[in-house]
Design a protein around this ligand. Structure first.
Ligand code: NAP
Length: 335
């Protein structure tokens, strides 16, 4: 069976996912497109045999030819489209964030639970990265004993002027928020944010770098650096300190070079290339699961938990205080 997919939002990541669904992955076909910018949707459809455009996301989701939905529109629109997909009983892959507020994310959780079906997957692709999976297996196998601390860093070479302080948490560190919770199978209980001296490469609306401190239910302490004008490259670091040893996220493959009296390896510049394989694995996995009518990747509860944590980090940064991370009770549906 070919899964017939409708995509809402054909901007940067939407077009990338359409390209991988059409050219790299198997078992799916993009048959329907929508974008608030109709011309953009028509341009993409013109290059996609068999795809047609819909004037609204809601019409696309309701269309009988659409089996499953990919939401890659602007974050504030996610709630509406994910709720519409749940209402239509269709599996939906929603790029992160699930929604831009914890309250909106909770409405999605409640709607999914009420539907009685696992329909929502959130685009937290790091869970599908080879390196993160190897690190998780090392931890789960007990090789380093119980995790005690995690030191991590999310560094970008530079960001545009439009990137402002909150984005360091809600767009950037949100990936660590989800990946680390999944990595050690533990929930966060508090957040604190430290703002060191700014780099001279930042601008008036962006504190850069910042350090996010998280504590988990089991007492693990996490320090996460977000430094988005680090200049030298796109660099994701993660080191888990356990009772019996330390395990680190593998570096991306790079050929070691001996040349001109130097031994060197290159560092990536583009975040899209760093996780390109994991986007492929993530969406292929979703296609297979969606065909069964039940998705099994990062779910609406994970999206909600990430939103609550991000809100706590924002408040912690604003107030300088340690902010408790408190969610509503987890429905047994997500056990
Ligand atoms: P983008 O390039 O701005 O694309 C978003 C598209 O959605 C634009 O074409 C936009 O049209 C359209 N849109 C806005 N409102 C809409 C609506 N109500 N209905 C239908 N379409 C609408 O942004 P992007 O970088 O692709 O990001 C899209 C989402 O993916 C964001 O939530 C982002 O956080 C997420 N993302 C995730 C990752 C990851 O690593 N997992 C990476 C990148 C992005 P206009 O341009 O005309 O507004």
């Amino acid at each position: 069976m070919t899964l017939k997919i409708g995509v809402v939002g054909v901007g940067m990541i939407g077009r990338e996912h359409i390209q991988r669904l059409g050219n790299k992955l198997v078992g799916a076909q993009v048959v329907a497109l929508n974008d608030v910018n109709a011309k953009q949707a028509e341009d993409v459809a013109a290059r996609l045999p068999g795809a047609k455009t819909y004037s609204t996301g809601e019409a696309l989701i309701a269309a009988s030819e659409v089996d499953a939905v990919v939401v890659t529109s602007w974050g504030p629109t996610h709630e509406t489209y994910v709720l519409a997909a749940i209402k239509a009983g269709k599996p939906v892959f929603c790029e992160k964030p699930l929604a831009t507020t914890a309250a909106a994310s909770l409405r999605i959780v409640e709607a999914e639970v009420a539907s009685g079906r696992h329909l929502v997957q959130v685009g937290f692709q790091r869970r599908y990265d080879k390196g993160y999976r190897a690190l998780k297996k090392t931890i789960n196998d007990g090789v380093i004993g119980a995790p005690l601390m995690i030191h991590c860093a999310h560094r970008n070479p530079s960001v545009p002027e439009a990137y402002v302080s909150d984005m360091a948490i809600v767009d950037t560190f949100i990936h660590e928020i989800d990946a680390l919770r999944w990595l050690i199978g533990d929930d966060y209980v508090s957040a604190q944010v430290i703002v060191p001296r700014n780099t001279r490469h930042t601008h008036a609306m962006l504190d850069d770098p910042i350090i996010v401190l998280l504590a988990t239910r089991n007492g693990v302490r996490i320090d996460g650096e977000v430094f988005v004008n680090c200049r030298y490259g796109y660099d994701i670091q993660c080191q888990v300190v356990g009772e019996d040893g330390i395990a680190s996220l593998p570096e991306p493959e790079s050929v070691p070079l001996r040349r001109d009296a130097r031994l060197s390896t290159s560092i990536m510049q583009d975040w899209k290339l760093r996780f390109i394989d994991s986007y492929d694995v993530e969406l292929q996995d979703w296609i297979e699961a969606a065909k069964t009518g039940k998705v099994n990747g990062p779910n609406a509860w994970d999206g909600y938990f990430a939103a609550v944590t991000a809100d706590a980090c924002l408040e912690a940064k604003r107030t300088g205080a340690v902010i408790p991370i408190v969610t509503s009770p987890r429905p047994a549906f997500y056990d």
